[in-house]
Unconditional design. Structure first.
Lengths: 206, 423
């Protein structure tokens, strides 16, 4: 496969992103930390502490009207610092387009250094935390519960921070890259583990 | 003490003693400290037939009036998003079939478009048109199941049998092209599993001819049926602004009068070339959702008819041997084809690193895939934006304040699929 980076998107999607960026820079200077550089679709990087303001602006600005939130999810970059990306996908019916906001969130357990008491299962107090946008769009509450459930990330100001997909007494957060989903890591001579591939988290040291 | 007060005190149901003494109280108990006073807690589901799968609703009721509702999902959680991370891109396709199991081809389409956009590939025109035909047939099939089960929940048995009868014909078309009736995985990254067999176009035309009058038949049974009107009008109405805040799209949002359709707003697979209307409702109630979906089936059949009329011979996969398997006959004569075949089957392909979201209009709203690639042969993260997940989040706003019996009608009108919401 060609390793050449895909060209940036053209046309309406780029114009929309420019318009959103200009509005945020104008009304809330300093809230944006730039583009995240991802291709083929760039996202806007938002400072964690300005997230709710930015969301409220995007929803209520009469020229933007991002009234239909699609989802929020997380991406775990296990060895990167900061570890998590929180991704907000928003749709505007007025502009007939989408915008993606991204927040970078550091893990509370420093990489390579101290870890949680139990690596796979931080307690509520140990979890990385960011503000909830469920006050802006009530529909985001269930998506934030999903992120909490599957990634162990807590949302401050969320009305009902419980697990949603996994059983309430489940241990660990399955979509973290260091969560071992099955298999038993048994030492063999020629490789680190005889467990199925998925039991060896990608990004984990060899 | 007045007569009324005596009556009330004798029938006080807030004490735990009465609950313990009631032999049938398994699953019911009283919650004393709610903002609305003492209420009875009632479990609806997960084995309740009207929850269409394994949805559990924790209701708190005051007599017959619902005062609180907490949807509990996850009974069908299979961890597909974790599975995506350990299989190659082509191996993800069969998982997508099994999420929204009433519209497997629509799920395939969204996934294939996402990976193709990351690769910077566009599939040939014939493949696009066949994809549109199959996705629209899947939408009709899904709406038929909705119609049948929703009407059955409300006591109209015939619609259920009618809906199943027509859907069978769609499954026969699926079987004809792929050998499988439901989980076909026919739409794949880079095009289609194979070209359609001879007779496919005739079968689709025959279905179009057969299905149009059937829509009128459903309407004859229900649209002006006084029992149906009494049971559906004015129920579960939530305004468009609130629905959008809840992340609800698709037919439920359109029934509230918002003409939003991803096929129109962000066209894919050549939808911009087809002539179709976006039906909308006015009252946002159960009845308008019914009208919108019936009309959507008519629009879908129009799209199918246009697509099949434009079908011309041509390739159905992209010409990139690093992504799609070489034709079988080349394996006998070309060493290069054998190598491509071997590498694709054992390792898959490696798209460039990147991150993107692609949404398609599924039968129940916007189905989206958020894909993160780290340039390896497996998705680093593939998040599915499931329309049913948001629909279920909207249930409390629709049922609180109404009657328990109406919950059944409202659930039916939302048309969620638990396989979709739980993934």
């Amino acid at each position: 496969m060609a390793d050449a980076p895909q060209g940036a998107e053209t046309g309406a999607a780029v114009d929309l992103l420019q318009q959103v960026r200009a509005t945020i820079d104008d009304r809330l200077p300093g809230a944006l930390a730039g583009d995240d550089g991802s291709r083929p679709e760039p996202a806007l990087l938002v400072a964690v502490d300005r997230l709710v303001e930015v969301c409220r602006l995007l929803k209520e600005d009469p020229a933007l009207e991002f009234r239909l939130p699609l989802h929020v999810t997380a991406v775990d970059w296990l060895t990167r610092e900061p570890r998590f990306d929180l991704v907000y996908e928003l749709r505007s019916l007025k502009l007939k387009g989408r915008v993606r906001l991204k927040v970078r969130l550091a893990d509370t357990a420093p990489a390579g250094g101290g870890v949680y008491a139990d690596v796979a299962a931080p307690t509520m107090a140990e979890m990385p935390v960011l503000p909830s946008v469920s006050g802006v769009w009530p529909g985001m509450a269930c998506h934030e519960r999903e992120v909490f459930d599957l990634f162990g990330i807590r949302f401050e100001g969320h009305p009902d921070m419980r697990r949603i997909l996994m059983p309430s007494d489940w241990e660990g957060h399955p979509l973290r890259k260091d969560y071992v989903s099955f298999g038993e890591p048994v030492k063999f001579t020629d490789r680190g583990s005889f467990a199925p591939d998925s039991a060896v988290p990608r990004g984990a040291p060899d | 003490m007045s007569e009324l007060e005596t009556l009330v005190s004798e029938h006080d149901v807030s004490g735990a003693a009465q609950v313990a003494s009631a032999p049938y109280a398994e699953g019911l108990h009283h919650v004393a400290d709610t903002p609305d006073g003492p209420l009875m807690e009632l479990n609806m589901g997960p084995q309740h037939p009207s929850t269409h799968g394994v949805l559990r609703l924790v209701l708190r009721v005051e007599g017959e009036v619902v005062r609180y509702c907490d949807p509990d999902i996850g009974y069908l959680h299979t961890g597909f998003e974790k599975d995506f991370e350990r299989v190659t891109y082509h191996q993800c396709t069969p998982f997508t079939d099994r999420m929204d199991y009433l519209s497997p081809l629509g799920n395939n389409l969204g996934y294939a478009l996402t990976v193709e956009k990351l690769l910077g590939e566009t599939v040939p025109v014939r493949a696009q048109r066949i994809r549109v035909i199959l996705a629209e047939l899947a939408r009709i099939g899904s709406h038929l199941i909705w119609l049948g089960t929703h009407a059955l929940d409300l006591g109209a048995q015939s619609a259920f049998l009618y809906g199943w009868r027509e859907r069978e014909k769609i499954l026969e078309i699926n079987e004809m092209i792929s050998g499988v009736r439901m989980m076909t995985s026919f739409i794949r990254v880079g095009g289609l599993m194979a070209d359609t067999p001879p007779g496919f176009e005739d079968a689709v035309r025959e279905f179009v001819r057969y299905f149009r009058p059937r829509c009128d038949e459903y309407e004859d049974m229900l649209t002006s049926n006084p029992l149906w009107l009494d049971r559906t009008r004015g129920l579960g109405a939530v305004g468009p602004e609130k629905l959008m805040e809840l992340g609800v799209g698709g037919p439920v949002l359109r029934a509230a009068g918002v003409a939003h359709d991803v096929r129109r707003d962000e066209p894919y697979s050549g939808y911009e070339d087809y002539d179709f209307a976006i039906p909308t409702g006015v009252h946002s109630d159960v009845y308008d959702r019914y009208l919108v979906r019936i009309q959507e089936m008519r629009e879908s059949i129009n799209i199918v008819e246009q697509a099949v009329a434009r079908l011309e011979p041509g390739p159905v996969v992209i010409d990139n041997r690093k992504v799609v398997l070489p034709p079988r006959h080349e394996l006998d004569t070309s060493m290069e084809a054998v190598i491509h075949h071997f590498k694709l089957v054992t390792e898959g392909f490696r798209p460039p690193a990147g991150e993107l979201y692609v949404g398609v209009e599924g039968p129940r709203g916007e189905l989206g895939y958020h894909l993160v690639s780290d340039a390896s042969n497996k998705p680093y993260r593939l998040k599915v934006r499931a329309p049913s997940f948001s629909l279920i989040a909207a249930i409390p706003d629709m049922v609180v304040g109404g009657l328990v019996a109406d919950v059944v009608a409202i659930l039916g009108s939302l048309d969620f699929v638990l396989g979709d919401s739980d993934r």
